[in-house]
Design a protein around this ligand. Structure first.
Ligand SMILES: [Zn+2]
Length: 264
């Protein structure tokens, strides 16, 4: 008798585990259906008499990948955060420390991961990007298994959507006054060597032009320069891999010069 009870206990326990997100998965489906209805609506505004549906169209595709650290305690906590309506935040993918990849939103849909920010003249980053959250408390180094899974995912996304190398960037890059993720230990150089994001080349032979304007160059790379100290600190976080001050040394300027050349 006891054995049967234990059996049922485990059966219920494991089925609860498997269906942990059954309720929010249902909400996801309902919302996708609602959006599909919206797409079916034609004409969206205006006169039905003048509506002529074209026969030639497709889906809009993402053109940027924004990498985040989650600044949370665990992958499980992030999954919870991204499935609670009141948080109003999400990402397309969450990658746990052990390399598990959770896909949370169809790539064609708009996740709420970027917030206010810009890169070049792009201001609505959520509309043109894929957001990837890496489980990380914001300070620790990134796990090897996690980075390996990230690289596989980036390769898939780059090929599938033809995303340019320069368009793999961090949350801190698009919002330097508000964000600092992924933290300074993120292996941007390794990513760039595989074609995801840019990195500087040997700068020892660079002679800076007399009229070189590093702030203008940061703008050409893509950074907003409305708050230059914040932007310089973010540049240092990403490319010099330090949590530094907002002063640019000669070596920093040479790096900016080379990155600018790669961004023109
Ligand atoms: Zn972020």
């Amino acid at each position: 008798m006891n054995r049967i009870l234990v059996f049922f206990f485990f059966l219920i326990f494991f089925s609860c585990q498997a269906n942990k997100y059954a309720a929010t998965n249902k909400v996801y489906k309902r919302q996708v259906k609602q959006l599909a209805k919206e797409i079916m609506r034609q004409p969206l505004n205006g006169n039905k008499k003048t509506w002529v549906g074209t026969t030639n169209f497709g889906l809009r595709k993402p053109d940027f990948v924004i990498i985040h650290h989650t600044a949370q305690d665990s992958c499980e906590q992030t999954l919870k955060t991204f499935t609670m309506p009141r948080t109003q935040v999400s990402a397309h993918y969450v990658i746990c420390k052990d390399g598990t990849v959770h896909h949370m939103l169809n790539d064609y849909l708009r996740a709420w991961h970027a917030g206010t920010g810009s890169w070049g003249n792009n201001r609505d980053i959520n509309s043109c990007s894929i957001g990837i959250g890496l489980d990380n408390d914001g300070f620790e180094p990134f796990a090897e298994e996690q980075i390996n899974s990230l690289l596989v995912l980036l390769d898939t996304l780059k090929t599938r959507y033809n995303i340019p190398q320069n368009n793999f960037i961090g949350h801190g890059d698009i919002a330097p006054t508000r964000k600092n993720d992924p933290n300074f230990s993120f292996p941007w150089e390794d990513l760039a060597s595989l074609g995801f994001g840019i990195w500087y080349r040997d700068t020892s032979a660079i002679q800076l032009p007399e009229d070189f304007d590093a702030i203008r160059a940061l703008r050409i790379i893509g950074y907003s320069v409305q708050d230059t100290p914040a932007t310089i600190m973010q540049f240092k976080r990403h490319f010099m891999q330090v949590e530094g001050d907002s002063i640019l040394a000669e070596g920093d300027k040479k790096v900016i010069y080379d990155l600018m050349k790669q961004s023109m």
